[in-house]
Design a protein around this ligand. Structure first.
Ligand code: N01
Length: 519
């Protein structure tokens, strides 16, 4: 939706947005699981569609829930009169680049066909559900759901025995809410996870006023920092601070809630020793919060550095394990063997269930793109080209796929950021590139293999300068999907640095891109 607004308004061109669902909102249309809310704070979690919208819309909470975000996106669609350009219920099934005309031919599942000069994908980094292939699911007599494809009518957990598989951001948001109404909740945990308290609360009138009055200042911070948040990372090492001072600082941020905890020291993601100070603090917190020592031990037995997997932000996640109706099963020790007619069977025990919730994440970053069935130059498909892992130039274009742009594609900072600023930066960049082509009478833009290779070396170097690739079971590497090639996918050099690189590329006459004039 954002790309449509920006391109249409800035270029006055015809743009068509194909939306697979029967309403606008993308991720916030599909992810309706209990407890779904954004994990960045509302005054920073803003798609900056326009200054007017920022001034007009009023968020209610520090971390808005999914229905409020969806209302916002619908408000934007109305306000900017976007609906007439959006084709809902239109899932793209195929796109083919015609080398003779430099145009894309797009087919949809409902039998429509489109012809376009540019194909801009905005299919989301986390939208292709990862459903584990567990033997016996079809025998299960109860109901089961994936959190990313939640029924719009909701699910009633009252009086039900519920099992949740997965303790990533989604599971950690959903578990406290499900536990509040289920008869019993069994959480099947493979990898224990860190989580920071959100300290969600209604926004005060004073804060709302402040956020509106300082919208430009907040935006400036968001566009010049590492992760697109509304605060900077401190330029201090965790190791140069005396332990008592460091613990006090961690305590203060823990009480304040949210991602600012991670921003306390510059080396939390680059030094194992610095990271361990934060990791140890959180593990101790888990042990203080969770009353049953054996459960606390299982939750705190975390095998990776803090924030090396995307850190969840929660509302009473660890506290939920103090409820009598919640139990935790360690499936690292006793893996799930199969699903039976009555529930989940591990190598040690069978757990009778009425409902199974798969909070098992996504085929991240590449899944939704590969699924599109895109064919570029020389009849080569994206699936073939990416068989050993994604290759892009700046996460904006893919070698061999001319006139196609990927918003927050692999190789861009994307999932390592608050997503809206990362999306906006791509939209602005693509808009400028298309305007440049129009001004110069150019018909086609593409990137050679050499640009993809050189950028991949930068992506690898940026990742290797951090602790991120050390987590071998992370979806950043594609490790959560059996058989997926393991390549660190996002660019870890930081959003502001990446923004500078993209700007330099433009200033250097679109270095690394190749243009062709209209024939
Ligand atoms: O997915 P995940 P998610 N058997 O992949 C487990 C964003 N997000 O949906 O760690 C058993 O992180 C898996 O276990 P393991 C956010 O960027 C944003 O929770 O692989 N377990 C893990 O525990 C986030 O990072 C918001 O061992 C299996 C869990 O399932 C991203 O989405 C809210 C399994 C999956 O965790 C993804 O989060 C929510 C199997 N076969 C999410 N397969 C916002 O607020 C997987 N697991 C914006």
């Amino acid at each position: 939706m954002y790309q449509l607004y920006s391109l249409r308004d800035k270029l006055g061109m015809t743009a068509k947005v194909l939306e697979a669902g029967s309403g606008v909102g993308g991720t916030w249309f599909w992810n309706r699981y209990p407890g779904a809310r954004c994990d960045s704070e509302s005054h920073t979690y803003m798609y900056y569609f326009s200054k007017e919208i920022i001034q007009e819309w009023e968020w209610s909470e520090r971390y808005p829930q999914q229905p409020e975000i969806l209302r916002y996106l619908n408000f934007v669609a109305d306000k900017l009169k976007l609906r007439s350009d959006i084709e809902l219920d239109t899932r793209m099934s195929q796109a083919h680049f015609d080398e003779a005309t430099n145009r894309w031919h797009v087919k949809t599942e409902n039998g429509k066909e489109y012809n376009a000069q540019y194909l801009i994908t905005a299919v989301g980094c986390l939208s292709s559900a990862n459903m584990p292939k567990i033997k016996g699911l079809s025998d299960f007599k109860g109901k089961w759901y994936h959190t990313g494809q939640w029924p719009h009518e909701g699910v009633d957990f009252k009086g039900k025995r519920v099992g949740v598989i997965g303790t990533g951001s989604t599971g950690i948001q959903a578990i406290p809410v499900i536990a509040a109404s289920a008869a019993h909740l069994t959480v099947f945990q493979r990898t224990p996870n860190y989580s920071l308290p959100a300290r969600n609360a209604p926004l005060t009138p004073e804060f709302k006023k402040y956020a509106k009055e300082h919208a430009d200042d907040i935006r400036k911070i968001m566009t010049t920092n590492t992760n697109g948040h509304g605060f900077y990372i401190e330029d201090k090492s965790a190791l140069e601070v005396p332990e008592d001072e460091r613990l006090k600082a961690y305590e203060k941020k823990w009480e304040q809630g949210g991602f600012q905890f991670r921003a306390l020291y510059r080396d939390i993601l680059t030094s194992a020793e610095a990271n361990e100070t934060a990791a140890q603090f959180i593990r101790n917190k888990i042990k203080q919060i969770v009353k049953k020592p054996e459960v606390a031990e299982l939750l705190a037995d975390i095998d990776h550095p803090f924030a090396a997997k995307r850190p969840p932000v929660d509302s009473h996640y660890f506290e939920t394990y103090n409820r009598d109706n919640v139990s935790l099963v360690d499936i690292r020790k006793a893996p799930i063997e199969c699903i039976t007619a009555n529930g989940i069977k591990t190598t040690e025990h069978e757990y009778p269930l009425d409902i199974i919730v798969f909070a098992t994440g996504f085929d991240a970053m590449t899944g939704s793109l590969v699924k599109l069935d895109v064919t570029g130059r020389n009849g080569r498909t994206l699936r073939e080209y990416w068989h050993a892992g994604p290759r892009t130039y700046l996460g904006l274009q893919i070698p061999g796929f001319p006139n196609m742009f990927t918003i927050t594609g692999p190789g861009s900072p994307s999932v390592l950021c608050n997503m809206p600023p990362a999306i906006e930066q791509h939209v602005e960049w693509i808009t400028r590139c298309i305007k440049h082509m129009r001004d110069k009478g150019l018909d086609c833009v593409e990137v050679p293999e050499s640009s993809g290779d050189a950028w991949q070396a930068e992506v690898d170097a940026a990742a290797n300068a951090t602790l991120l690739p050390k987590v071998k079971h992370s979806w950043y590497l594609g490790a959560n999907v059996p058989g997926k090639p393991q390549v660190f996918m996002p660019y870890a050099g930081g959003l502001s640095h990446y923004r500078d690189i993209c700007e330099e590329v433009i200033q250097d006459n679109y270095r690394g891109f190749e243009f062709h004039a209209a024939r």
